[in-house]
Write a protein that binds this ligand. Structure first.
Ligand code: HEC
Length: 205
């Protein structure tokens, strides 16, 4: 059989390629094109020198990808795109000034079991009692210096008729001098606190 010259050339190229195949699989052999080997991508929480450079120039801190840096010079963290939601997080979409819609729509998912009430008491004593008082009378330890704290229980309280959802809303978004507690108190614990406030109200009638 007559073998053409060009076939020899193809055969030798294939052979050269096979030489670089490693039977043990631990070495990747010779690399001809390195373009894809050294990725410019920055690993999570790694330093990003491109945001550093721009900060020297006093420009708005954007990385090489033209996205703003979330935490300043040298940081690889980026401002998340609009509408980004963390995993396992349900966004709270009610308007902070609208108390009526959440009051109507939100329902306490917990039953006031002993366990729930104990959890509510613990959380209430940590986050609410300092102002609203341990019995909910608006007379917590800070009350003389932080005047006019409303009572949540007892005859002077305006919130005896409040729906659970209305309580949930004020704990979540705050109102006037009362700050929001969404960052500190898990939604489930907010509902537990509400059950505990109901207990305080019942006990102080
Ligand atoms: C730093 C003090 C402070 C803390 C802590 C605090 N509150 Fe308040 N709370 C206030 C003040 C002040 C108001 C009145 C807000 C206003 O003027 O609108 C208020 C209002 C309220 C009201 C409405 C009362 C009304 O009569 O209209 C509720 C309900 C309430 N708080 C529940 C809570 C719960 C539950 C917690 C714990 C998760 C909590 N608060 C923690 C200070 C506090």
């Amino acid at each position: 059989m007559k073998v053409k010259k060009v076939n020899y050339i193809i055969l030798s190229i294939l052979l050269i390629n096979f030489i670089h195949c490693n039977y043990a699989g631990n070495k990747s052999g010779l690399h001809w094109f390195l373009d894809m080997h050294d990725s410019l991508a920055i690993e999570y929480q790694e330093e990003d020198p491109t945001t550093m450079l721009l900060s020297y120039k006093n420009e708005k801190m954007k990385g090489a990808d033209n996205i703003e840096s979330l935490t300043g010079p040298g940081s690889s963290l980026r401002v998340p795109p609009e509408g980004t939601v963390p995993r396992n997080y349900t966004p709270y979409l009610y308007d902070p000034n609208d108390f009526n819609t959440p009051a109507k729509e939100l329902v306490n998912p917990l039953k006031p079991t002993k366990q729930v009430l104990e959890r509510g008491q613990k959380q209430y004593n940590i986050y609410c009692a300092v102002c609203h008082g341990y019995q909910g009378h608006g007379d917590g330890p800070v009350s003389p210096r932080f005047p006019n704290i409303p009572a949540l229980a007892g005859k002077n309280s305006n919130v005896l008729n409040w729906e659970d959802g209305r309580f949930f809303h004020i704990i979540t978004v705050g109102r006037a001098r009362m700050k929001p507690y969404a960052a500190q108190i898990l939604p489930e614990d907010r509902w537990a606190i509400i059950h505990y406030i109901r207990l305080l109200q019942k006990n102080s009638q």
